[in-house]
Design a protein. Structure first.
Length: 157
């Protein structure tokens, strides 16, 4: 019996904001703001959202996919732990993703904020180990691109 290999994938994304780094950083540190761009981002029902924004604090997001998605009715759970928080500059966290009660990936996420003439530059780096039955690198990159675009819109409100 052949065992499937873990797929490792790293990608980076950059986004620009017309607001200062402190304001963009709040989109990560304030639960009601983060919920709007990370959990209420598509056609799913949020069943749980918790954010304890501190080093060693946890973030938990449980959502059920809607009918117009690739996984209708399936429960999606993202559990994260914060390892470094430097206000206005950097966040490093690790996350596991579960679908239907099965872990499909584990990621290290780094968010780096820097001031620019226009406001803020965000550099996001995602390093993921994908397991059998996962969404895979392309779908994950596409998902993060949509989430970060939504973040740009929400941070500018």
């Amino acid at each position: 019996m052949e065992t499937a290999r873990v797929v490792h994938h790293t990608f980076t994304m950059e986004r620009s904001f017309r607001v200062p780094p402190e304001r963009v950083f709040r989109a990560f540190s304030e639960p009601e703001v983060k919920r709007r761009w990370i959990a209420e981002a598509g056609h799913q029902q949020v069943e749980l959202f918790e954010l304890d924004f501190r080093v060693d604090g946890a973030e938990r997001v449980h959502m059920r996919f809607g009918d117009n998605t690739p996984f209708p009715g399936m429960l999606f759970a993202r559990e994260s732990r914060h390892f470094e928080i430097t206000p206005g500059r950097r966040i490093v966290m690790a996350s596991s993703m579960n679908m239907g009660g099965r872990c499909i990936s584990v990621s290290l996420e780094t968010y780096e904020f820097s001031a620019s003439e226009a406001g803020t530059e965000l550099l996001f780096t995602n390093q993921t180990a994908f397991f059998e039955g996962s969404d895979g690198p392309k779908m994950r990159e596409d998902g993060w691109a949509k989430l970060l675009d939504k973040l740009v819109a929400k941070a500018s409100e």
